[in-house]
Design a protein around this ligand. Structure first.
Ligand code: HEM
Ligand code: HEM
Length: 263
């Protein structure tokens, strides 16, 4: 079980199932990407350099991991599958405020004092990243397997390499935001423990933060009403225990909670 750092200072941003899926994608993608960069930059100009086949195999192992791990992560947390659907919906449903955010973000990088519109669970750049990962995932697999197991593979190579080229600024931008950028790197805790600083979340994802607050207060009210009606029922009212409040799923109380499962 996750240990909640301090309920008043932090808020649950990513449930265990979301974190598991994230790392099940991130680790193989990073392995594929790093090995691909070395193949392209170091070996394509000089194919006879030593260890090419070791690198090529490392890439293929990354590819196999990318085929296997994400589905396994989803199967492992199948009871939480609605959380993943909720995230997909968050990423693919765009509003005018997302477009405004993207446009103003470009200006905000240049000029101080530019106000960005409030964001939901993901900002528009994160939505694009999410969409790119979702659409290229099956294409990497198909083109990778074609290159691996067939001869007629130049078109597969072209698409495969073009997607890798397109992904590169997203991967580098994502790593920069998650680890180096002072404003955003606070969020990495969300992909480690699940919890992020409340003030940071309120500032960066104001609309999402309000929705979570609203959900918590609705749940507290419904628990209060229920315990008045059936005072003998034991309740856990801990605000953000992730095992007890799946995102946007209408879980309410007692036996309706999904069972607590170790990772
Ligand atoms: C994020 C994921 C991936 C990226 C960024 C990526 C990128 C690349 C790039 C740029 C190349 C060209 C290398 C070159 O010209 O020498 C390549 C080659 C290759 N990729 Fe991927 N790839 C990914 C996933 C996969 C997957 C899922 C598979 C399938 C299992 C796969 C199998 C292959 C194979 C077999 C080659 C040829 C390797 C060789 O020339 O020895 N890749 N990949
Ligand atoms: C060391 C490597 C990585 C770190 C530290 C990292 C960290 C993070 C963090 C902190 C978030 C949550 C941001 C938020 O609060 O909304 C996130 C989200 C996400 N990550 Fe990663 N990540 C890594 C690698 C990757 C890779 C390689 C991919 C796949 C290309 C990936 C795909 C995603 C997606 C799709 C999301 C949700 C949308 C978004 O926030 O962009 N991550 N990651």
């Amino acid at each position: 079980m996750d240990t909640e750092p301090n309920a008043s200072d932090t808020i649950l941003r990513f449930r265990r199932s979301e974190r598991t899926l994230h790392w099940a994608i991130a680790v193989p993608v990073l392995l594929c990407w790093v090995t691909a960069v070395v193949l392209v930059l170091a070996y394509n100009p000089m194919p006879l350099r030593p260890f090419r086949s070791a690198l090529s195999w490392a890439h293929r192992i990354g590819g196999v991991a990318l085929i296997m791990l994400p589905p396994l992560a989803v199967i492992h947390s199948h009871r939480d599958v609605r959380t993943h659907f909720a995230n997909i919906r968050q990423a693919w449903v765009w509003t005018l405020s997302d477009v405004r955010w993207l446009m103003r973000m470009a200006l905000a990088a240049l000029f101080r004092g530019i106000q960005l519109p409030e964001q939901g669970k993901f900002n528009a750049a994160e939505k694009l990243n999410f969409m790119l990962v979702m659409t290229t995932y099956p294409l990497y697999i198909v083109t990778g397997l074609l290159m691996w197991f067939t001869n007629a593979n130049w078109a597969a190579w072209l698409l495969h390499a073009a997607m890798a080229l397109l992904a590169t600024p997203f991967i580098l931008g994502h790593l920069y935001m998650a680890t180096l950028n002072r404003e955003t790197r606070v969020g990495i805790q969300g992909m480690i423990s699940g919890y992020v600083d409340r003030t940071w979340a309120k500032h960066h994802y104001a609309r999402w933060y309000r929705e979570q607050e609203q959900r918590t207060s609705n749940r507290t009210e419904s628990i209060a009403v229920e315990s008045t009606l059936t005072p003998q029922t034991p309740h856990t009212t801990a605000d953000a225990s992730e095992d007890e409040h799946p995102v946007g799923q209408g879980w309410r109380t007692g036996t309706e909670f999904p069972p607590v499962r170790p990772f």
